[in-house]
Design a protein around this ligand. Structure first.
Ligand SMILES: [Cu+2]
Length: 244
């Protein structure tokens, strides 16, 4: 019983410095986080020259009393910069806002108390017959929403899903493994010499070459070991980027 208590106390003691170290790492992370605040979860405003594609958006009322956006949904790829060319073809004022669902819900609540006219880069408000635009870079994957937050309009149908999917670029590059034998390891220089088979992704034949590799990968290698690895160009240098 006493032994058990003792070992519990010991493990608590041991876990304290580990926790402190974890907090420290978190502190460093926050420095990077500062930059993140400049963009919203849905992304950030962009300039015209960055536009990858334009989506025409129409806002209008229907004969049966609904208010709609056309199209009714958007599918976007992460990293795309979109120009929403918005036209109000209705008889009353409308707006086009893109945000998270929570962001729109909060904003809508505020608008219900007081009809504010916003001039945020993630929105455009248009009188009947007018045209406007929102140019936006979708930096994050996720399920977002576009809406008109003028009181009553959301409820009349003016909202729809905006889905940001992973980019094709990320999907179309599966890892290509090559085979090889580790000839020499230079831990200090973070280099490894590999007698390798063809590097198909780099269009290179079998030979013996020196690759850069990070410490974690080098720690997994032994001279004379047969390996399956991914070779790629990183900053112009042949690098081992993964290993089985
Ligand atoms: Cu509206």
């Amino acid at each position: 019983m006493n032994k058990l208590l003792l070992s519990t106390a010991l493990s608590l003691l041991i876990s304290v410095p580990a926790f402190a170290a974890g907090t420290h790492v978190g502190g460093h992370g926050d420095e990077g986080h500062g930059d993140m605040h400049e963009e919203m979860a849905i992304g950030m405003p962009a300039k015209g020259e960055a536009v990858d594609r334009t989506i025409d958006v129409i806002m209008r009322e229907t004969d049966d009393g609904e208010m709609i956006f056309e199209p009714a949904e958007f599918d976007i790829q992460k990293g795309e910069t979109i120009r929403f060319a918005v036209t109000n073809k209705g008889e009353i004022e409308h707006e086009f806002v893109i945000d998270t669902m929570e962001g729109n819900a909060k904003h809508k609540e505020a608008m219900a108390k007081m009809d504010m006219e916003h001039d945020d880069p993630n929105s455009v408000r248009l009188d009947p017959g007018m045209e406007g635009e929102v140019i936006w870079t979708f930096a994050n994957e996720g399920a977002f929403e576009f809406a008109c937050l003028i009181p009553g309009h959301y409820e009349s149908g003016m909202h729809g899903p905006l889905t940001v999917a992973p980019s094709d670029a990320a999907a179309e590059a599966p890892l290509v493994y090559s085979t090889g034998k580790v000839k020499k390891i230079d831990t200090k220089g973070k280099k490894v010499t590999i007698i390798h088979g063809p590097l198909e992704n780099l269009d290179m034949p079998s030979m013996t070459m020196v690759f850069k590799a990070d410490e974690a990968l080098i720690a997994k290698m032994k001279e004379g070991q047969n390996i399956e690895f991914v070779a790629d160009r990183v900053k112009g240098k042949l690098t081992v980027t993964a290993m089985k």
